[in-house]
Design a protein around this ligand. Structure first.
Ligand code: DAH
Length: 377
């Protein structure tokens, strides 16, 4: 038997076709060849060769069949060859198109695989931050005071000596100014007033009373500055919450009750408070509030049995200064000292946070060390 190629180049009469079945057998051979070649066309390049081999105008298989088998066929076989050829053409064209679609789809898939984004890969993430412990403590204090009718106000960190000192009853050369070693701004000659970094939040007492008439109930969270050398309990910048309540009938009892309420809310109901006489130019009388030592529970004895190192055995820890507003201060803001009374307090936030969270070095608040910050999410 000669190869299919040579058969395709030969007329049926020369191939010795003498029966319709011989025609069908020849076409069956062509079909079989087509199927085997079709499965070999796997990519675009081999598909194109395959298509041309079958549909090429000059020497494609279908052309050869037409030219060599159909055209020269004797009238006896023409019909059956024509019918077989039509069947073949229909099948070939349909299959070649189907192959193309398949291969293109495959190409899409390959491209998809190449370009796929792997969603399971961990991406570039930004760690979620959290509020600094100082901010958290500010928030706790604000929540407590807001819940009993105080509102929150804030003021400038750059102040005039008038608000920072004079109007708070601290005239120039008052010895208390020595304790508040102050940063002054370098100003151009002829500046109307010296400027300084506020050494406490108390100037906001004045600014608030200048603006509002009693009743006044405010707290003032903020940053303050002093020329202190840094050590475990000192920093040139630290934080305070000022408090001020002024009304027509505020008594010393309102004052101590409010403070005690705050301290118990902040440290827990188990703590006790006490106050001792103290001195501030802008309060009269002035007191210092203490709380039972949060480390030894007020016993003065550490868990190990020795003297509590935090309160040095006293069982008490100094918390913050406060007092009834000195009538002299009302004179600076145009309030009538005969008609109003009130109290004020100034809480050192860093110290309070250190006590509550057992931190023994104030510097960690300013170092932005994530190993510290992460402990207070
Ligand atoms: N301003 C004071 C300081 O920084 C703290 C203070 C004490 C504030 C008594 C007050 C107060 O409002 O009544 O040292």
């Amino acid at each position: 038997m000669s190869s299919l190629e040579s058969k395709l180049a030969t007329k049926l009469t020369d191939l010795g076709v003498s029966r319709a079945e011989d025609v069908s057998a020849l076409f069956a051979e062509v079909h079989a060849r087509f199927e085997s070649e079709a499965s070999a066309a796997r990519d675009e390049a081999s598909w194109k060769l395959f298509r041309d081999a079958w549909l090429g105008r000059k020497s494609g298989v279908l052309t050869l069949v037409t030219d060599n088998w159909l055209k020269p066929a004797t009238p006896e076989y023409k019909r059956v060859v024509g019918a077989e050829l039509n069947k073949l053409r229909g099948h070939v064209e349909a299959q070649i198109e189907a192959r193309r679609v398949e291969i293109e789809g495959g190409a899409d898939e390959a491209a998809l695989a190449r370009e796929r984004v792997d969603l399971s890969l961990p991406g570039v993430t930004r760690a979620v931050g959290s509020h600094h412990l100082i901010r958290q403590v500010f928030q706790q204090i604000e929540d407590i005071f807001v819940s009993i009718g105080f509102s929150v106000v804030e003021g400038p960190e750059i102040e005039t000596p008038y608000f920072n000192f004079e109007a708070l009853n601290i005239p120039e050369f008052h010895p208390v100014r020595d304790d508040m070693d102050t940063f002054y701004l370098q100003l151009p000659k002829g500046a109307p007033t010296p400027l300084l970094l506020r050494t406490h939040t108390s100037p906001m007492q004045i600014r608030t009373m200048e603006k509002r008439q009693p009743p006044v109930r405010v707290i003032v969270p903020g940053k303050v500055y002093r020329r202190d050398n840094p050590d475990a309990t000192h920093s040139f910048a630290f934080h305070q919450v000022e408090g001020l309540a002024v009304d027509s009938d505020i008594t010393f009892c309102d004052f101590t009750g409010t403070i005690e309420y705050f301290v118990k809310q902040f440290f827990g109901p188990g703590v006790k408070t006490r106050f001792r006489p103290s001195y501030f130019p802008f309060t009269e009388p002035s007191v210092e509030f203490d709380v039972t030592c949060v480390f030894c529970g007020g016993s003065g004895v550490s868990a190990g049995g020795g003297t509590c190192s935090k309160c040095k055995g006293a069982g008490w820890i100094e918390l913050f200064g406060a007092g009834m507003v000195d009538p002299a201060v009302y004179g600076f803001v145009g309030y009538d000292p005969k008609k109003v009374s009130g109290f004020a307090f100034g809480i050192g936030i860093d110290r309070l946070a250190m006590l509550k969270y057992g931190i023994d070095d104030i510097q960690v608040f300013f170092q932005s060390d994530v190993r510290f910050l992460r402990q207070f999410p």
